[in-house]
Write a protein that binds this ligand. Structure first.
Ligand code: PEP
Ligand code: MG
Length: 907
């Protein structure tokens, strides 16, 4: 048995489907398909360990590898009855990457390895098809030049020597595609391609098949570290040290004639999740023709049954066998050679959030999997639920666009959702525009996309392509990113040079607005307003559940999630958002930021801030009290018997009153001057006094309430009065009053005393007892470290991980955007610490806080209310360290519910 090379073929395999870390996804599944008796061309997999070795040893191989590969080739030769490099019966090989997690299109592939001037002659004889043989040869030289010798253009400005020659020859011959060229033209192309290699790669195209193979193996290993693969791994959190495997496999040909075909397919629709085999195929073509988007393929579900009935039957059977074996929707590559279907790859299919939910729920209902399996995070990444909640086009806006004849064209509905944005043609331009303004709405319009476009696709709201089918690169990557995508919209005439799209008589320029409907494939000129999705409409009571197919599945999934999760999920919400929060499943409010309520009462709060005397401040606070009380009453009523955590005033006061406000509103300074009987200059002076050099570390949080206890007293009064009034109406509410930014027990106790004294006074006045608790945020390291002491007085904790991250890392939450991109690009940190908890640092402090707090008060209720509360990875961590709940923005509640269930089920 070889150490680094695992063979497969003729129903036998050295490896199996469980060996993905070693054999990569493709290699492991090729082995598994062999084992379950599916037709797979023989081949072998060079393990990921060789990749790791390669990078650890200055791009060299383990000494045993050469002999192991030679032995594996021999076995393939025996199985296939052909010989590599033979001048009569040559075996041709393919060489493909295959990492543990699929990284579609990010790494390299070379086909037809083994062809040279001698073997091409043998292939002609053997196949009786001169066109096929020469076309295969020119493809090898082109791929070898691009991939192994690095001639592939890196940017839009670099010349593509091979494509230039192809364009030229096609134009001369009046042919649309290479398949329409004469044999003489193909021979001529081969000669010209060899010259390109000589001129630009400064070497001859190697005629020795073994040299070709080793060149390809090196190129595939090398592609693990190419820029687009690095970007992809960063985006999807795939570790760089996993490495890729290399799969070498006997070629089967889909381009031998009209009884041959090649295709990619899905065992269910992965855009919307509906059952039934679907995919793209091309008759008389080779694999990369389908995915490259250079020819628009045909739909398997529409015409393959008619074109090749026998092969369609084989394919359908294979699809069923794969689904019942893998218990999962499969994404396959196949080739039909003279009527026989060969499987080249199977893997779990990438899908949109819609499809993920529908497929998982349907598979349970079909009895293929159970509900716990349906909830697995690899089946439904919790973040993908977002897509079900994303806006769609406002029907009236869409109707109007239709009535105004703004429908430009229709393509394939590859990524559901609605996107409206300004046209941008190049990924690099999209990225640049987005870097300048993160709110920019862009639609990336390309003839077809390739892995180089990844960065642009990431920042665009939608993707639109002229070529390529539902399995093209654009479709695949958009689905995975959850982007709205319409592809294969062949009516679009895209001119990159002029920066225009022309359809019929309409021309749109770069920067013009365009709208794409990823559900229907329609493309519209101009902007169309968007509105809530079907699921959101049902949740908000605007649509009946029985009219909503997708909602039914969403609801089923959420019931399962709620059954298994341990963490409670609350919302960060004030009165205005609380209704949506409850509809989305909030089990309480984890953070009501009272300062948000002040934004509607700026005059009064400014008066309070401006005051220098206690009496003036109290006068202003008395004006604010009824507003606060009404807001709390409203919030309590919406939340009913669910707990509501209300945080006392937190931000630095000049957020409400600064020079900047005086500058923006010229009437403000005179207004304040009049109220307080001072000059306008004195107003400016006072505002200047409030200015701080480092406000995030300045006079904010409980420091405000300590210096101005009357603010805390007013807020406590408003909360308890609202609760007492409701109690009198028979509504029992559960306020949890939270002190922000405490680091010392004494700070907390100072505030808690004011709260408790005020509450006692209010209860006495009202003649009712209100139950409430007083707790603190843990959002500076000192609080986490001294949590044991603080818990002697605090009745609950809530981790404010926004500030805890800021203060632990010493990185300003408001300024970090300018360098965080570089930090991630240079692999200094794995992810944005303000989105995903930095577990070794901030997470460690949280653990200390939990242990300290519960060491003092065994049943201490602990939650999190920083932005991380809605981030699936962070939710996992919160589950792990034993928090009671996570609190997040209302939109992320379903995500947190699912992530919490996944955490609970994750062994
Ligand atoms: C926090 O710091 O995590 C928090 C929730 O408070 P804020 O974001 O309002 O500072
Ligand atoms: Mg905070």
């Amino acid at each position: 048995m070889s150490k680094y090379v695992y063979g497969f073929g003729a129903g036998k395999a050295d490896g199996d489907g469980s060996m993905k870390p070693l054999l990569g996804g493709k290699g492991a599944n090729l082995a598994e398909m062999n084992k379950i008796g599916l037709p797979v061309p023989a081949g072998f997999t060079i393990t990921t360990e060789v990749c790791t070795y390669y990078y650890d040893h200055e791009r060299t191989y383990p000494p045993e590898l050469k002999a192991e590969v030679a032995a594996a080739i021999k076995k393939v030769e025996e199985t296939m009855g052909a010989k590599f490099g033979d001048d009569k019966n040559p075996l041709l090989l393919s060489c493909r990457s295959g990492s543990r997690e699929s990284m579609p299109g990010m790494m390299d592939t070379v086909l037809n390895i083994g062809l040279n001037d001698t073997t091409v002659a043998a292939l002609i004889k053997q196949s009786g098809n001169e066109h096929f043989a020469w076309d295969s040869y020119r493809r090898l030289i082109q791929m070898y030049g691009d991939v192994v010798l690095g001639l592939k253009p890196e940017s839009k400005n670099d010349p593509d020597h091979f494509e230039e020659i192809l364009d030229h020859v096609r134009e001369k011959a009046g042919a649309e595609h290479e398949k329409d060229l004469s044999v003489a033209a193909l021979k001529d192309i081969v000669v010209q391609f060899k010259e390109v290699i000589k001129k630009h790669a400064k070497q001859e195209f190697p005629s020795d098949p073994m040299e070709q193979l080793w060149g390809c193996v090196g190129a595939v290993f090398g592609s693990w570290m190419n820029d687009r693969a690095l970007v992809y791994r960063r985006q999807y959190g795939i570790p760089h040290n996993w490495g890729t495997a290399v799969n070498v496999q006997a070629m089967v040909f889909g381009n031998l004639g009209d009884d041959c075909a090649t295709g990619v397919g899905l065992t269910r629709n992965c855009s919307v999740g509906t059952p039934g085999f679907c995919g793209d195929y091309l008759i008389n073509a080779q694999g990369e023709d389908v995915v490259a988007g250079t020819r628009t393929p045909l739909r398997v579900e529409e015409t393959f049954g008619k074109d090749m009935p026998e092969s369609f039957k084989q394919l359908t059977e294979i699809g069923k066998k794969l689904e019942s074996h893998f218990k999962e929707v499969q994404d396959i590559e196949f080739t039909v050679q003279k009527g026989k279907v060969w499987m080249l790859q199977t893997r779990n299919a990438k899908r949109t959030g819609f499809a993920a939910v529908r497929i998982a729920v349907d598979l349970v209902n079909e009895g293929l999997i159970d509900e716990k399996t349906a909830l697995q995070k690899r089946r439904i990444p919790a973040d993908d639920l977002n897509q079900l909640l994303q806006p769609i086009f406002d029907p009236a806006g869409k109707k109007k666009a239709q009535a105004e004849n703004r429908v430009l064209a229709k393509g394939i509905n590859a990524g559901p959702g609605a996107a409206t944005g300004q046209i941008v043609f190049h990924a690099s331009d999209a990225e640049e525009l987005w870097n300048k303004n993160n709110d920019v709405q862009l639609v990336l319009v390309r003839k077809e996309t390739s892995p180089e476009d990844l960065r642009g696709m990431k920042v665009a709201k939608g993707i639109l392509t002229a070529f390529g089918g539902a399995s093209s690169h654009a479709a695949l990557v958009s689905r995975q990113m959850g982007k709205t995508c319409v592809c294969g919209c062949s009516a679009l005439n895209i001119d990159y040079e002029k920066g225009t799209i022309t359809v019929g008589g309409t021309t749109l320029k770069e920067g013009d607005w365009i709208s794409v409907d990823g559900f229907t494939g329609e493309v519209f000129a101009g902007k169309i307003e968007t509105k809530p999705s079907e699921v959101m409409e049902v949740l908000l009571g605007k649509k009946k559940a029985e009219d909503a197919e997708m909602y039914a599945r969403y609801a089923q999934l959420m019931t399962w999630a709620d059954k298994y999760r341990k963490l409670k999920v609350r919302a960060n919400a004030e009165a205005g958002d609380a209704i949506a929060a409850v509809a989305l499943g909030a089990e309480g409010v984890g953070l009501c930021r009272t300062e948000h309520m002040f934004f509607d009462h700026l005059d009064e709060i400014r008066e309070m801030i401006f005051a220098t005397k206690l009496a003036d401040r109290e006068k202003a606070l008395a004006k604010l009290l009824p507003f606060q009380r009404d807001d709390f009453t409203h919030l309590f009523k919406t939340m009913g018997d669910k707990p509501v955590t209300i945080r006392l005033l937190d931000p630095p006061l000049h957020e409400f009153l600064s020079e900047h406000h005086l500058h923006d509103d010229e009437t403000l300074a005179p207004k304040l001057a009049k109220i307080f009987g001072v000059s306008v200059e004195q107003v400016h002076r006072r505002v200047d006094e409030l200015k701080e050099s480092n406000p995030m570390l300045g006079h904010r949080g409980c420091r405000l309430g300590i210096v101005y206890p009357e603010i805390t007293a007013m807020q406590a009064r408003a909360i308890i009065e609202a609760a007492a009034n409701l109690k009198k109406e028979g509504i029992n509410v559960h306020p949890e009053i939270m002190v922000p930014l405490a680091g010392y027990k004494a700070e907390f106790e100072n505030q808690a005393k004011i709260i408790r004294d005020t509450a006692a006074a209010v209860c006495k006045e009202k003649g009712v007892e209100v139950e409430y608790t007083v707790g603190t945020m843990i959002e500076i390291p000192r609080a986490a470290i001294t949590a044991g002491e603080i818990a002697e007085s605090a009745q609950f904790f809530s981790f404010g991980t926004n500030d805890l991250t800021q203060t632990t890392l010493g990185i300003s939450r408001d300024d970090y955007k300018s360098f965080i991109g570089d930090y991630m690009e240079k692999d200094i940190i794995p992810s944005d610490p303000f989105q995903t908890i930095d577990q070794p640092g901030v997470g460690k402090l949280m653990k200390i806080g939990v242990e300290g707090g519960r060491g003092t008060r065994k049943d201490l209720k602990i939650g999190i209310c920083g932005e991380h509360g809605g981030d699936p990875k962070s939710v996992f961590f919160c589950h792990e360290i034993g928090l009671d709940y996570v609190s997040c923005s209302p939109r992320r509640i379903p995500i947190a519910r699912l992530a919490a269930a996944q955490a609970a089920l994750d062994k």
